[in-house]
Design a protein around this ligand. Structure first.
Ligand code: 4AD
Ligand code: MG
Length: 452
């Protein structure tokens, strides 16, 4: 049993063992009070050690951060705010913790804690953030598995550039000036990269298995030092055969609402902590998102709304420009005050695989925007007409031979299909109110930073 189980125990218990790290210690003449945390919950448990207990002589050497093993009894606590405490019958100091322990005092900034990423999991904030991450990761799989989606492990090393944005990390075993050498001499006998998205490979499985999803790490060498971009992040990408843009948006909305519901129902203690110390409006916002329908708006309507907003943006808006985060946030936070999906973007600003609309100037792209974050999801219906796809590939200067496996899906029994990608860290920011992507991923990789 772990501390969380003791805190929720229905009865007093004899002969228990508590292992964890000391958060605080208070000494009185004949007793010591320790608060022990083992990471199983935000709350720790109070342990009373009196001077008669074997091992009591180790208490002077037991300080904040030390690891301990306590044998004892779980008894009703006379103290406030806790039902149970432990009376030690034996005390064992496992690992001392010298004075230079960086978490000696409470109240460190997230920036400082980032510089000691290896010790962050011992703090309340990061304990809560990473318990949430784990629970929601599980909820993602549950959501898709319960609807019979097949989980596909798409490759991490790939030869294709899904998004065509040129933000690829090269994977090579060549030495010296690699650009001057023939890629044929490289390990895979061609140029390879870390994947920016599992979508293209997921499409091959959807066009055979029906509904599939990937959930894996993705890599982007974009040099944007923002609070919402990481060079390594995790993405969830469902791909659905016999599905159009509307079905895609339906699924995206349903997925986001289910994740909010899972966080509210299964991570209550940690969410209450975030609501108190990170973002006071969090619970109210999440309840609203879980219960109310989302909005949908075409790109053209969004551009008009932005133009008529009476606001001055750093980046002016016109039909044809990419929406910037300031625009996205105006739409979801100020104009609509709820999540909104913007769809049918101009074809010029979107990748080659998106389905061209009959107007011949927009594609079936969709971005789901949420308050506090902006873009949480990007997706589209895929171009299933072989001739149109080939035309798009040529326009995007793709080497048709390299993508023949992709166009084959349209040659042999093509079907309408659609999918999207949700950035897992952005979802966690949305669910926790944590403002910086570096604080919801265990070891952040951002330009200039790859510690450990
Ligand atoms: O909009 P994106 O680039 O879409 C795709 O990659 C599609 N192939 C997905 C698909 O249709 N299967 O990325 C999807 C999401 C974004 O909405 C955002 O949440 C997240 O991935 N994302 C990032 N998250 C953190 N750091 C970055 N650098 C990110 N780039 C994208
Ligand atoms: Mg996008």
């Amino acid at each position: 049993m772990r501390i969380k189980d003791f805190l929720h125990s229905a009865t007093a218990l004899n002969n228990i063992s508590v292992k964890g790290w000391v958060r605080t210690k208070r000494d009185s003449k004949k007793f010591s009070f320790l608060e022990i945390n083992d990471g199983s919950s935000l709350k720790g448990i109070q342990v009373v050690v009196d001077e008669s207990v074997p091992g009591y002589d180790q208490l002077p050497a037991t300080s904040t951060g030390a690891s301990v093993n306590i044998t004892g009894k779980l008894v009703e606590s006379p103290g406030q705010g806790q039902q149970w405490e432990v009376h030690a019958t034996e005390f064992q100091l496992l690992g001392t913790c010298p004075d230079d322990y960086p978490l000696q005092k409470k109240g460190h900034s997230p920036e400082f804690l980032r510089s000691i990423a290896h010790l962050r999991p011992r703090t309340n904030l990061f304990g809560a953030a990473f318990r949430l991450r784990s629970r929601i990761s599980y909820a993602v799989h549950r959501f898709f598995q319960e609807q019979d989606f097949v989980h596909v492990h798409t490759p991490i090393i790939t030869a294709s550039d899904c998004e065509g944005a040129g933000e690829l990390f090269r994977v090579t075993t060549l030495h010296g000036d690699i650009d001057k050498q023939s890629a044929e001499k490289d390990f895979f006998a061609k140029k390879t990269f870390l994947t920016v998205s599992g979508q293209l490979e997921a499409e091959t499985f959807a066009c055979g298995l029906g509904n599939v999803y990937t959930f894996g790490p993705t890599f982007r060498a974009e040099n944007s030092n923002t609070t919402r971009h990481a060079a390594e992040f995790w993405m969830i990408e469902p791909e659905m055969a016999f599905t159009d843009l509307q079905g895609d948006i339906d699924m995206a909305e349903k997925f986001v609402q289910a994740m909010v519901r899972a966080a509210l129902d299964e991570c209550g203690e940690d969410l209450a902590f975030f609501n108190q110390f990170v973002d006071k409006g969090l619970l109210q916002r999440l309840e609203a998102v879980a219960n109310a329908p989302f909005e949908r708006m075409s790109y053209e309507d969004a551009v008009n709304a932005l133009k008529n907003s009476g606001k001055t943006f750093d980046h002016p808006v016109e039909f044809g420009v990419n929406l910037q985060s300031e625009h996205e946030r105006y739409l979801t936070e100020e104009l609509l005050k709820c999540p909104v999906t913007v769809f049918n973007y101009p074809k010029e600003i979107k990748p080659f695989y998106m389905r061209l609309n009959d107007d011949n100037r927009t594609v079936t792209a969709m971005d789901l925007l949420v308050p506090g974050i902006g873009e949480l999801i990007g997706g589209s219906q895929r171009e299933e007409r072989l001739d149109v796809l080939i035309g798009n590939m040529k326009k995007h200067d793709l080497n048709l031979a390299d993508y023949s496996w992709y166009s084959d899906l349209r040659k042999y029994g093509t079907v309408e299909h659609a999918g999207f990608g949700l950035g897992f860290e952005r979802l966690l920011m949305f669910l926790s109110g944590i403002q910086n992507i570096r604080d919801v991923i265990p070891f952040a990789r951002t330009p200039g930073h790859a510690e450990f």
